[in-house]
Design a protein around this ligand. Structure first.
Ligand code: DX5
Ligand code: ZN
Length: 217
């Protein structure tokens, strides 16, 4: 299981602290992009993000919490991310958005909010590289993990096995060393962790704790 780190909750010296995060043993940098429309908060535009990430090496995992998906895909593809994930709830035309992301040679993910059932993704399963299950309401870091998420993960894993689908399962929100094992046991491939890692100065210590729990049998 891989760890994708969100820097949404870092409040000071962002550029410096992102570099510090990048130097830990995390697997991905998770970019939480919010437009003030799909969710009420607004985060960085492409210009700022380019500046913030210019000295980082980790592969990028872009999580778009935006209404105008097309516009943001066209901008954020310039970062050459490994994944761009958009929200099912933000568009009536998932196929067009998937096509656009794939056209740029980027792996595509769809995310579902806590109240969106897994079945809504039926038409897309076979074409997706990743499904991002939100374990908190999108919009801010530091919230508590919603336990019902586990049922959705189990369902996605069963569907994947039964049909030999290729999508990875990523889970985002409220993840810490207390609940990470439950995710591993349910075959989650990538966990997003934000405030658990960045709420103390020693990021690597927190990453070690997550990774130790991942590998513990
Ligand atoms: C929420 C974001 C998450 C979140 C993760 O809208 O998508 O990535 O910031 O942060 P924690 O781990 O603090 O919940
Ligand atoms: Zn996120």
């Amino acid at each position: 299981m891989k760890v994708s780190a969100s820097f949404l909750s870092i409040n000071d010296d962002l550029e410096k602290n992102i570099i510090k995060l990048d130097k830990t043993t995390i697997d991905y940098l998770h970019l939480d992009i919010m437009d003030g429309k799909f969710v009420k908060n607004k985060t960085w535009d492409i210009k700022n993000i380019k500046k913030l990430l210019k000295n980082t090496q980790k592969p990028k995992d872009v999580h778009l919490m935006v209404s105008n998906i097309k516009k943001y895909v066209k901008q954020f593809r310039k970062l050459k991310p490994e994944y761009i994930t958009f929200h099912y709830e933000a568009t009536k035309n998932c196929f067009a958005m998937m096509g656009l992301i794939k056209k740029y040679g980027i792996k595509v993910g769809i995310s579902i909010k806590p109240n969106t059932p897994v079945e809504k993704l039926n038409p897309y399963f076979k074409y997706l590289n990743l499904i991002l299950v939100m374990s908190v309401e999108p919009g801010e870091g530091g919230q508590e993990f919603i336990p019902e998420t586990i049922d959705k993960i189990k369902q996605l894993d069963v569907i994947r096995k039964a049909n030999k689908y290729q999508y990875l399962i990523e889970v985002d929100g409220g993840i810490n060393n207390q609940n990470i094992n439950l995710l591993r046991e349910n075959n989650v491939d990538i966990v997003v962790a934000g405030s658990y890692i960045t709420s103390i100065k020693g990021y690597q210590r927190r990453v070690d704790k997550l990774k130790a729990d991942i590998t513990k049998q």
